[in-house]
Design a protein around this ligand. Structure first.
Ligand code: AMP
Length: 429
């Protein structure tokens, strides 16, 4: 019989993987909370009307929404990120005190083309500041993301920033008709995926004359430090000036918020999702093609959903790519394979009761511990503990018990020592 598999692009996460994942979540959550953010939990299923709302994710993402009808015929979909749900929440809770600083950690779903680091179900750690139009809010989001990535152990990454207003203004300066900039930017957003030639081909297909497409593209495909990059820009229209000023404000705020971070001005950065209004940012690793995190300003969405017009900015860190990179770089090598710290092993049947007592002492002290539940011989118990990766085994034997002791083995070094039962918890705390 053929065995059932998860749907294409969707995977199981075995216990060893969830230990890694939970480690990453824990670290990121700690940093988010250190910055004064609280967790918001919204449903995985939202009405399709919300997910596809005008001013929301945009046309490109609509093709990727998991869509279905419930038994009463309601049109629903799975969330493809958290921002739309957050905007709905703020719309429905107009008395929230601002700025509303929230984070969300959970699964999102996109009918994307599966490949390395790209799945149809994946986790995001998302954080938003709702209510502040100040560049300090953007700087706080960037600085927090930098700290979160450092907390999980990364150092080799940089932050790309841009303003969609500056990009649009520069495209107009280069001769792209005003009403066509959005379309131009949608193709430009695929630069990392399909390269300059691919983008050019797509632009020509869309009807942009090749020389125009080429010159406009070469105007915006430069990357350099935010500070020196800004010096070289001469905005010639209102939109470009607005974008330039947004970036200047961000640069000023970042100077004291996140002075050590590597910030790159990437004039081509547009970000695919439709709701971005001004500043946009992405975090890139030097060792992975594709962004690790992405975000920006979404000042219009709450107003468009019928709420009081409220500025907002935020970011989503993609967890799968972090884990992929961490695995490749051996960053999990010191992380235990299991959350269990101690295996209590009775050496024979007569001491099983005593072993349970010791197990209880450990658990009452908050130490993750387990014992044999299959009446196995000691050798088999040890094989189990080793295969699971439990770092310590406590041997419970009659001779030691007579002395009020047990023997503790460090499974990584093989080192053993006798410990008084009265002191057993201090060994693991
Ligand atoms: P986005 O919401 O598209 O801005 O993406 C934010 C982050 O989520 C990206 O930087 C990636 O790290 C991650 N991400 C986006 N799409 C996928 C996907 N299909 N599979 C895994 N991670 C993804």
């Amino acid at each position: 019989m053929t065995r059932f598999q998860p749907p294409r692009g969707i995977r199981d996460y075995g216990p060893e993987e969830t230990v890694k994942r939970n480690y990453v979540f824990r670290r990121i959550r700690e940093v988010f909370e250190r910055y004064g953010f609280d967790e918001l939990d919204t449903p995985a299923v939202e009405s399709y009307d919300l997910l596809s709302a005008k001013g929301g994710g945009g046309e490109e993402i609509k093709k990727e929404i998991y869509y279905f009808k419930d038994q009463a015929g309601r049109e629903l979909g799975l969330r493809f990120e958290f921002t739309t749900s957050a905007a709905r929440y703020v719309t429905n809770n107009p008395n929230l005190s601002l700025p509303f600083k929230k984070y969300q950690i959970g699964k999102v779903w996109r009918y994307d083309r599966p490949q390395k680091g790209r799945y149809r179900e994946f986790y995001q750690c998302d954080a938003d500041i709702i209510g502040s139009a100040e560049p300090e809010a953007d700087a706080e989001i960037i600085s927090m993301t930098v700290d979160a990535l450092k907390a999980v152990g990364f150092s080799d990454f940089y932050v790309k920033v841009n303003s969609r207003n500056l990009l649009e203004g520069l495209l107009v300066q280069e001769g792209v008709p005003e009403g066509k900039c959005e379309e131009f930017m949608r193709s430009l957003d695929k630069l990392d995926k399909i390269g300059e030639e691919g983008v050019l081909e797509e632009l020509v297909q869309k009807g942009f004359p090749e020389p125009l497409a080429q010159s406009a593209m070469s105007r915006v495909t430069s990357q350099e430090s935010l500070y020196s990059g800004l010096d070289k820009i001469k905005p010639e229209n209102d939109l470009a000036t607005k974008g330039f000023e947004e970036l200047e404000g961000l640069a000023r705020a970042l100077e004291y918020y996140s002075p050590d971070a590597e910030i790159v001005l990437d004039l081509s950065l547009a970000r695919g999702l439709g709701y971005y209004t001004g500043l946009v940012f992405e975090v890139w690793s030097k060792e992975f093609t594709g962004s690790l995190a992405g975000g920006g300003r979404w000042d219009n969405l709450i107003g468009l959903l019928g709420g009081k017009s409220t500025p907002a900015t935020g970011i989503a860190i993609g967890v799968e790519r972090l884990i992929l990179l961490m695995e490749e770089k051996g960053m999990f090598k010191d992380l235990p394979k299991t959350a269990c710290r101690v295996f209590v092993a009775p050496v024979n049947d007569q001491v099983r009761k005593e072993a349970f007592k010791i197990l209880k002492i450990l658990r009452s002290a908050g130490i993750n511990a387990e014992t044999d539940l299959m009446k196995r011989k000691l050798r088999k118990q040890l094989e189990y503990a080793a295969a699971k990766g439990v770092p310590y085994v406590v041997f419970v034997g009659p001779k030691d018990l007579a002395e009020g002791e047990v023997t503790v083995r460090d499974m990584r070094t093989g080192e053993e020592k006798k410990v008084r039962i009265d002191d057993i918890t201090s060994m693991f705390s």
